[in-house]
Write a protein that binds this ligand. Sequence first.
Ligand code: TYM
Length: 391
Amino acid sequence: MSSPADDGAAEKSNNNNNDFTVTPWEVEGEVDYNRLIEKFGTQPITQELLQKIKSMTGEVHPMLKLGYFFSHRDFDWILDKKQKGENFYLYTGRGPSGMVHMGHLMPWMFTKYLQDKFDSKLLFQLTDDEKFLYGQDRTREETKRYTYENILDIIAIGFDPKKTKIIVDTKHIEHLYPIATEVAKRITFSTAKAVFGFTNSTNIGMIGFPPIQAAPCFLPSIIEGKNTPVLIPAAIDQDPYWRMTRDVADRMGYYKPAQVHSKFLPGLGMMGKMSSSKPETAIFTTDEPEVVEKKVSSAFTGGQPTIALQRQLGANALGCPVFWYLRYFFDTEKQSDERMLKCKSGNLLCGECKADLAKGAKPFVVEFKKRREKAKDVVAKFMYDEKPIEP
Ligand code: TYM
């Protein structure tokens, strides 16, 4: 995979004081999410909003309760619309640059929960064009292969086939392009540079791409023949696209798309988000259980250099990827809170947490792989044009 510097796009465009970077193409350093809320101008998820969700769905999803989804724009407005009888679409996506890892699954699992609770239709975009353009050494064949493989993961999440349509940019472009040109016409190069950090060395495909990711925000209004609210669940790295899109929505006569933003699932290495470009620190849905075991056993933790020191000083759960994996995927809230206390007080050793993680993650990938296999039979049902797509 080429480095961001090779691609010349958005280098550190949203860098905050140089200690972390969050762009759609690069997440580096220890992200300060509160600062991102300020910098990106989003809203924190408040207790009031959680109460509203609870009153409508009967529960608060653990990813909301635990603050994994931590920020939003107009989520409250979308819920008001729903209460008044106006249905909203969900829209999320994937850039097929590699196999899917557990980090990607988080927003998709949350999207499924929203689909189930609010009975929403979902558009799922695969930006094979973006990933081909971005990766200097990446071939069309590669993005095509990953597109198919990633679609199996998306279907394996369990979305409702009657309410879910997958859009592959290079296949279904005729549905996006008319909207994308409307968006593109309203955005100057100077705005695109400011939002995405494009430079003179960015290839012009990348510069022209953002309106294609904006297009599904407005496609529901065209499908439904009336202005239709859209909610986008995704990690916060995608936010530049939505800032740009919200800016033109009014002028195009559409509602601004709403967002709910998640944090990043960390990689099993020392810092940064889980990323396909660091495969040894990511658990892929296609990993064999032995590989999962190996990755978990070599994971970085918040532990002390020796057992004696750990017993004496305790460890740093909050800076430990193993802790976060367990918290988001496999522990109940109660178990996780207890784990944190025991870890901090030196009553829990890293080996024990790693063993718990391996115990959860191994059957998880085995089960997920079975669902991916079954997905092969129903791909066409999910595609926007209901036509099969070749592996
Ligand atoms: P991509 O393929 O980089 O990421 C897919 C989704 O996964 C989120 N994500 C993560 N979430 C938690 N932890 C991580 N370590 C992690 N890494 C990635 C991303 O925020 C995203 O939600 N351009 C997009 C594709 C796209 C899209 C969309 C995404 C097109 N339309 C609408 C979200 C919503 C991309 O390359 O995503």
